[in-house]
Design a protein around this ligand. Sequence first.
Ligand code: C2O
Ligand code: CU
Ligand code: CU
Length: 500
Amino acid sequence: MTWSEMSRRQFMQSLATGGAAVIGAPHLVRAASAAGASAFGADGVRMDAMTALHPLRFAQQLTPDGITLAAAAAGTADIGGGTMAPALMLNGSVPSPLLRVRRGAPFRVTMQNDLSSEFILHWHGLAPPVEMDGHPRFAVPSGAKKEYTFTVKDRAGTYWYHSHAHMRTGEHTNKGIGGLIIVSDAEEEALRLPSGARELPIILQDKRLDANGLPYYSTQGPAHMVGFMGTEPFANGVRRAFHEVETAVYRLRLLNCSNSRVFRLALSNGAAMTLIGNDGGLLPAPVQVTTMDLAPAERADLLLDLRAAKVGDVVMLQSQAFTVPGAMGFMGGANLQGQAMDLLEFRVAKQVRDTTRIPTRLPAIAAEFALPDAAQSQHARTFRFNSRMMDHTINDKLYEMSRVDETVPFGRTELWRFVNESSFMHPVHLHATHFRVVSRTGGRGALMPWEAGRKDTVLIWPNETVEVAVRFTAERGLFLLHCHNLEHEDMGMMANILVE
Ligand code: C2O
Ligand code: CU
Ligand code: CU
């Protein structure tokens, strides 16, 4: 089936189900999303102001070698259509600068804290020396600086950075501080994946809007338990974004930067994308996905093939509706987790010839990045994630800044068991290494195709137990294991792991 046939079929289906009422010439309207009708005027602008889409923008790109990232509290950023909204910003922009660095290169960044509270940046997925990792115990007060200096030893991949100020991570991240780090190396470059304008680094996030249409952050009400849930999709800081594309292959580097929302990614026309990478770089093998879940802090490196599309075609990157068995419902039973959302619309604007080769195999993971083998495990540990009353705990403990919760020998292969004893989802994240997801029992009862390869975050649904094979081979010191639901994290669902 070709792209257009697929779009047409989807279009007919949506008419048949009465899902989306579509007006206009068929060539202008294809693959209308389930969540909202696409109605374009001749100029390509949505006719309904309430659903107006805004052009996607991209972060400025910096080489992190001798730069300053200055955090400022008083700033405004355009959330689309010229609407200026208060934001917390690094270097005056939302999203935060995209840092591009080659493996083996120096990383030299000065962080300047001009926020009104303490602050620290963490390089999520990288494994720098312990005092460079952004552990909250190293947070600096308002007005102070922190110097980060290390060598990037990490595998090529999509990483990111954000605040790790204890009890403020949710606020800092939701209000605009968060950027991507793209590490490259010769091995990945040899694949000649789409680059330049064909590589789209995209930070996905949900936000809430007040009566004036401006984003706000609050932990009132159910956010205390579920985590902060937005109702509006943002991409690279733009509310309801679109992007004009050519009939070519695009590389989407996606980050779920939401505080607690899990996205179930899919294209509105049902087409598959090729997943080539996730948290720790390229997968062992590419996999075709028509839907994939992306939890807070997870990354997806996807190839979107638009070569069979026609000028005028429109395809929406959506988050599909889903339900979570065993999850606690709020607001009259409705749990905001799993709501459908239109995330980013691609508008095919130009016909070109593109001879990109979509890889059918990917290079083997080099020995230095090899994942531990569960069969070699020398020790097992259990981490129970619980949400009782108003507390989110790991092994019944709330976080304490310098308490050592587990001591793990450097270089030893261990099997860690994450047990979800609560009625919430927990995206569990480990600093300083990547792990292999070995098994999942209960809940979904299976490993997901996007959980292959080197992971630093894994999503645990209610009633699930997930086993991962872990080995620290980069650095020694006190590192974090925590839930990346930022409200859970801020409320103490973290543990200190001493690697020695
Ligand atoms: Cu993305 Cu400890 O964090
Ligand atoms: Cu991290
Ligand atoms: Cu959690």
